[in-house]
Design a protein around this ligand. Structure first.
Ligand code: NAD
Length: 506
């Protein structure tokens, strides 16, 4: 074990001790509290599948308490001025920055993401809060719309208590991305973190107290999707649901939320194409292709999991790619040298492994990887994997694997590239690599995806809309799009007093 890994492990153990020694509870109405039923579940670290401690398995009674707290706090928080909300949310970001190392270490051990990426995720979480905090004072502002004899103006008001339900892949970053705008808008929140990686959500709940959020504004209920998530989506106090997770869960959420007519925003799966034309900058395209599927353990919604490469450069590009894939450093997530950590859970590892059989059955070639890294011990370590000789009809090209697994498919011309890229039920992201700017624009316009990057990997811009088409989601986050979701828009129409009113019964 190298010195830096040993040091990080030692520091992580200090931060993890309290989760081992105490049951991770809920955070409701400003207090840490156990679940009503007393039921708990085990939280495993992907590094060796040992327990990081027990976590409260919330149920409908706990959700009820959290929703009541969020409802009671709503008039308080929505009544706080935008300026004051901004100050509190900046204090929140300050505390995230102060606790950044702890967050990164705990997150890496809890979800297996390499520390090199989790340090950035902690900083990005703070940035999310600062960005939306600064917009809080103006979030209610609307439009002024004039007619000959009437004046219309619009204003926005927070919709009410909202549910935020997040997945396990980058739990800290995603929770801040969803919750920061809700709070900036004046909503109160009940957060249900993923059961596979719940720890950073508890740190966030603590920070909500440290930052001075009034009790009940931020509530966290731990537990499984069916027993804690479902009652939350059905609770009448909750007015909107911000959900990030699998496509099939998204459709459950829509069904569950229908009876109480909630507003929903679902950010779901993807099978995103990266299209490399022969004229692309070879090295930059190669770097981006590798980064966008093998960073964050491939457990990333915007990962480019389908490589569409033009025939004339395919052999050369795939050879260079295979060489790079074979030299990616797989290792313990707390080792700063690690580029690829362990997958979240043995059940997910099994799912990813099942695609190796699917590839063989359909006669694709496993050019690199495809096996466990047994020398790293009992964690969920899997080699970065590249499939070639694939077609877009194969299972490995159609289903979201959500691991470090890339399926390469060849194409001939622009028309074929568009057809292949769009021949999927998903529509989250697309990436195009070409030196021809006209073609870059034509491709970007033709791709059925909520987000397209031309000659770039996934670059983040907080005011831009983030979200997917087709089975990748409904709704957009980012900038004002987030406020539109978490707020009601009201139109107020005032007469000049001069227009003719229709007369009946006189
Ligand atoms: P998941 O759908 O299994 O779980 C997500 C959350 O929903 C968890 O907190 C879970 O407990 C909860 N849940 C499950 N069933 C529920 C129900 N019936 N009612 C209410 N809540 C329920 O997803 P996951 O496996 O945790 O995450 C991986 C998925 O997330 C991938 O498909 C990935 O593409 C997607 N994802 C999408 C984005 C995006 O922005 N589009 C970002 C990150 C991850």
């Amino acid at each position: 074990m190298n010195r830096q890994l040993a040091e990080n492990l030692k520091k992580a153990q200090t931060h993890l001790r309290r989760f081992r020694d105490n049951i991770t509870a809920h955070h409701i109405n400003g207090e840490t509290c156990p679940g009503v039923s007393g039921a708990t579940f085990d939280n495993l670290t992907p590094t060796d599948n040992t327990s990081l401690g027990r976590v409260t398995a919330g149920a409908a009674e706990d959700v009820e308490r959290a929703c009541q707290a969020a409802q009671a706090a709503f008039p308080v928080w929505s009544g706080v001025s935008g300026k004051e909300r901004r100050n509190i949310l900046h204090r929140f970001a300050d505390r995230v920055e102060q606790r950044a190392e702890e967050i990164a270490l705990v997150e890496s051990m809890d979800c297996g993401q390499p520390i090199r990426f989790m340090r950035a995720a902690a900083a990005r979480g703070a940035e999310n809060f600062r960005f939306f905090a600064d917009q809080a004072p103006e979030a209610g502002n609307g439009l002024s719309l004039h007619q000959a004899q009437h004046l219309n103006y619009t204003k926005r008001t927070p919709i009410g208590p909202v549910a935020v339900i997040t997945p396990w892949n980058t739990p800290f970053m995603l929770a801040t991305w969803k919750i920061a705008p809700a709070l900036a808008a004046g909503c109160t929140v009940v957060h249900k973190p993923a059961e596979f990686s719940p720890l950073s959500a508890m740190i966030l709940a603590e920070i909500s107290q440290e930052a001075g959020l009034p009790d009940g504004v931020w509530n966290t209920v731990n537990g499984l999707g069916e027993s804690a998530g479902k009652p939350l989506t059905e609770h009448p106090a909750i007015k909107a649901i911000g959900f990030v997770g699998e496509t099939v869960t998204g459709s459950h959420i829509m069904r569950q939320a229908a009876a109480t007519l909630k507003r929903i925003h679902v950010e779901l799966g993807g099978k995103n194409p990266v299209i490399v034309f022969a004229d692309a900058d070879f090295e930059r395209a190669l770097d981006a292709v590798v980064f966008m599927i093998y960073s964050l353990n491939g457990q990333r919604c915007t990962s480019s999991s389908r490589l569409l490469v033009q025939d004339s450069i395919a052999d050369k590009f795939l050879a260079a790619l295979a060489q790079r894939v074979n030299t990616i450093t797989v290792g313990h997530p707390l080792d700063p040298a690690t580029e690829l950590g362990p997958l979240i859970h043995p059940s997910h590892l099994e799912k990813v492994l099942s695609y190796m059989d699917a590839a063989r059955a359909e006669r694709a070639t496993i050019v690199a990887g495809g096996t466990l890294v047994e020398e790293l011990g009992p964690g969920n370590y899997f080699r970065p994997t590249l499939f070639s000789d694939a077609t877009n009809r194969m299972k490995i090209a159609r289903e979201e694997i959500f691991g470090p697994v890339l399926t390469a498919i060849r194409f001939n011309d622009e028309a074929e590239a568009v057809a292949l890229a769009n021949d999927t039920s998903y529509g989250l992201a697309g990436y195009v690599w070409t030196a021809d700017s006209g073609r870059g624009i034509r491709m970007a316009e033709a791709l059925e995806a909520g987000m397209v990057w031309v000659n770039s990997e996934n670059n983040r811009n907080l005011p831009s809309p983030f979200g997917g088409m087709k089975h990748s989601g409904i709704g957009r986050d980012g900038g004002d799009y987030s406020f539109d979701f978490y707020m009601e828009t009201k139109n107020i129409c005032i007469a000049h007093g001069t227009h003719k009113i229709p007369v009946l019964g006189r």
